[in-house]
Design a binder for this molecule. Sequence first.
Ligand code: F6R
Length: 605
Amino acid sequence: MCGIFGYVGTRINAGQLVVDGLKNLEYRGYDSWGVACKNEQGDIIVEKDIGKISTVDSRQFSQRCTQALAHTRWATHGGVTKKNAHPHLSTDRTIAVVHNGIIENYQELRDELKNKGHSFLSETDTEIIPHLIEEEMKSTEDFASAVRRACKKFKGRYALLAMHTTSQTLVAARTGSPLIVGVGYEDGPRPERGAERRVEGYFIASDIPAFMAYTRTVQYLDDGEMVVTDGKNVIFTDIENGKERPKREIEITWTVEQAQKGDFEHFMLKEIMEQKESIARAVNQDEEQILTLAEAIRNAKGTFLVACGTAGKACMASEYFFSVIAGHHVNFAPASEFKLYHHFLQPESLLIVVSQSGETADSLEAMKVAKSKGAKVLAIVNVKGSTIDREADYSLRINAGPERAVASTKALTGQLAVLMLIAYAMAGKLKNGKTLLLETSSMINDMLNPRYIERIENLAERIKTKEDLYIIGKSWNFPMALESAIKIQEVSYIHAEGFAGGELKHGPIALIEEGTPCIALMGNDEVTTDILSNTIELKARGAFTIGVAPQRNEAFDEWLKVPDAGHAQALVNIIPIQILSYFLAVKRGKDPDMPRNLAKSVTVK
Ligand code: F6R
């Protein structure tokens, strides 16, 4: 939700640099964009507009400038208009601010500021920030102190980045939304071993891809912290008491190439194809650690899994993994619904939080609830150093590499693989689990060939004009049916719904008309007969049935063959649906990487 990127240092093209870097954060929001550069006279020049930053030619910002900040917006307060786009300015235009998150008490603060003579140009909560800092500067000369005082008045979850005409510093603060500092060394991202390194500038961004071309040395801002940098030095402090907070420098391992589209037209397709390798990377975990975690689940008085959206469907599938493979009961709840489960939590309980980004607000809230009861938290994340990764008691990484498309694909299969591995470890069969998952990964490698993809593309062509699409599954294929619906909805905007096959006759079957496409997900196991019966029931009502299954069956009008992966069937079955969703989007003229109304990394509740 909203991308922030700022730079201060010796580079003289800061404006162009932040605009180019921000293009790598467009997945966080793409309603509108804006940039503020400080020119040689010390004035702040703001440019902003509605639309995508990817369409902006950054060369228009090539004037000499060593301090700049920029923003790409996902609207919360106020519509998508040029006026509402960030940066926002103080009345005297000396302060520019970009912001992610929500200032919950903005109306109250705005009324107070109006009484003091401030007037506002936008409908955003953000605009009160530069005005409040301006007000605070009446009683302090120091820009950073004024920002601190303003921050103390905010309620809500936010990250902000500010600059001032007379200060050489960029000042940023976070409470709930991510901010990361990139340390720009003169010798670039790949230093000579043992060489003495000199800093040329500092980058501050909502996510690492913004500055990955310049540095892979990062420092994380934690909740309740501020950072002040003039490009030569950086100081992290506590917002509340101003005390200095020491920070480590961390080297990140993702490469620039991993975060780029390469030869693919869209990130979504690239990331679907990467599942050839990413599942194997997820499985490659420290076995001792997996065994320790399996033991922790066994000993816990209640294990809860929480996550949102697609990650939630991985958790839901794992309820079946733990039950079938390990004979152990775990409970899944959508993170946004978890609050009221606190009655069941005790210090011996365990919460497993699953998140690609590691920044999802609802998942972080659920973690807080568990921690307040003294329960331990295990995180399964993709992004190393993300808030969930750092705040959990233990963290496992799925190592999928950067996921840039809004629709989650390779992260899902990585999450499923890690959860299944733990279930196998609990059953005392870690090696068997690892073997199965690695075999599955190699079956997926075979499956993702050009002929297979073309077949699915042809199917997309056939059904692209349909208004409704239903997906059924049983056992772990039930959460995959729900996930299929999410994928189809979010990128193609076709109305899609997933059901447990057995539930059809309790209501949803009334929706079926002649030619309604219905997908049945199945494996080769004890529930296959049931789900086949459900498919026949659909066909009898006129549905156009698409079977995703290891074997052909006369119940299918169209068959998408998948390998027989046993307990790992969920991982293979979802892949043709990801490809189908992709082609449905493309054939309907939609951009699958940037679906309407959505953004990756949902840092608001
Ligand atoms: C859908 C999708 C979302 C995310 C959800 C959780 O394709 O990507 O449903 O799965 O917003 O995000 P993370 O995993 O980052 O916590």
